[in-house]
Ligand binder design. Structure first.
Ligand code: PEP
Ligand code: MN
Length: 355
């Protein structure tokens, strides 16, 4: 076949295509005039006509090709593309400005940086007092302490429960600190609330949807930890559960995810910080203790968190880590805490709110 013949044939194909396109558009126009219930059933040529077309042995298109054409035409001439799902409430698309969580002159998410520190578990008055004193000395304004502990082994210390929260609250009041602690079941939310300024939902409960829904009915801010193997999308969806129920005061905290790496307890996903800040208007913090599980790299990891745009850092501190009733390996003692706080606050990345 010479070039001229090729061009003639190509011209014919182009002509047929343009007629087909015109006819298909015409078909879509007519089709969409049909009542909605017909359109919903993707009514097109009656089945028997398509079948007959497919059975014509002299036609170049076989029955499979005809079926594919029928389906493609039906799809293309159906309803116009449905509008995209509404943006998530936690997304920047829905709310371009940052959510700022305020407790008096303490602000999280407003451009300042905050340190949350305290033991893994509340154990005693003395332990909480010593910790609170060190926090106050360094200008830390939020004390943490677990009272309902989600432990891997059922034989490990499970936490002092409400008695522990009372202990922390009384000490926090003495030292002018705000309190945060984890709640693991909806049944404890109301009972725990009087002793807390922030309710923590832990990594293991990030997808405890009933807990998230109930947290969404609370008035207190929620600190939501990233699940052990949660994608960022799943993390934001979990936050959406809370916000969609009416509690817009949610903070996200990256606490490391499970990977094959064994030299850290979890892998601190620093990339989550700028991505979550981009995708969401919620404050983003980083827990350097549970992510690394080590005491020796807390400072560089905390600096990295702030450099990446985190609104705050969480660190576990205990007056006597070797004797701690949980996470004794990763908690720093009070001297180590003082030095950690000094270096972080002098790093040039620190920008405390309310000053
Ligand atoms: C905690 O912060 O006390 C805790 C148990 O952390 P995570 O839920 O991130 O494991
Ligand atoms: Mn811990």
């Amino acid at each position: 076949m010479n070039n001229e013949q090729l061009q003639v044939l190509q011209g014919k194909v182009n002509e047929i295509d343009s007629v087909l396109i015109r006819l298909l558009n015409e078909r879509a126009r007519v089709f969409r005039e049909l009542p909605a219930e017909y359109r919903a059933r993707s009514l097109c040529l009656t089945e028997s006509m398509w079948r007959e077309a497919g059975e014509d042995e002299n036609a170049p298109l076989n029955s499979q090709a005809i079926r594919q054409l029928r389906d493609a035409i039906a799809r293309a001439t159906q309803e116009p593309v449905k509008p995209a799902k509404p943006a998530l409430r936690v997304s920047r698309q829905a709310q371009p400005e940052n959510t700022v969580i305020r407790f008096g002159d303490v602000e999280i998410g407003g451009g300042g940086t905050e340190l949350i520190a305290g033991p893994c578990s509340i154990e005693s008055w003395e332990q909480m007092r010593q910790t609170a004193e060190a926090l106050q000395e360094k200008g830390v304004r939020i004390i943490r302490g677990g009272a309902f502990k989600p432990r891997t082994s059922p034989y490990d210390f499970q936490g002092l429960g409400i008695d522990g929260l009372k202990m922390m609250k009384e000490v926090a009041d003495e030292y002018g600190l705000l309190t945060i602690s984890e709640v693991v079941t909806p049944a404890h939310l109301e009972a725990a609330a009087p002793y807390l300024d922030i309710i923590q939902i832990g990594a293991r409960n990030m997808q405890n949807f009933e807990l998230l829904k109930e947290a969404g009915m609370m008035k207190l801010p929620i600190l939501l930890k990233r699940g052990l193997a949660a994608t960022m999308e799943e993390f934001l969806m979990a936050a959406e559960y809370i916000v969609s129920r009416g509690n817009s005061q949610v903070m996200l905290i990256e606490r490391g995810i499970r990977t094959y790496e064994k030299w850290t307890r979890n892998t601190l996903d620093i990339s989550a910080v700028p991505i979550l800040k981009q995708e969401s208007h919620l404050p983003v913090l980083v827990d350097v203790s549970h992510s690394t599980g080590r005491k020796d790299i807390l400072l560089p990891c905390a600096k990295a968190a702030l450099a990446a745009g985190a609104d705050g850092v969480m660190v576990e501190v205990h007056p006597n880590p070797p004797e701690a009733w949980s996470d004794s390996e990763q908690q720093i003692d009070l001297a180590q805490f003082r030095s950690f706080a000094d270096q972080l606050m002098d790093s040039g990345l620190w920008n405390r709110s309310g000053q």
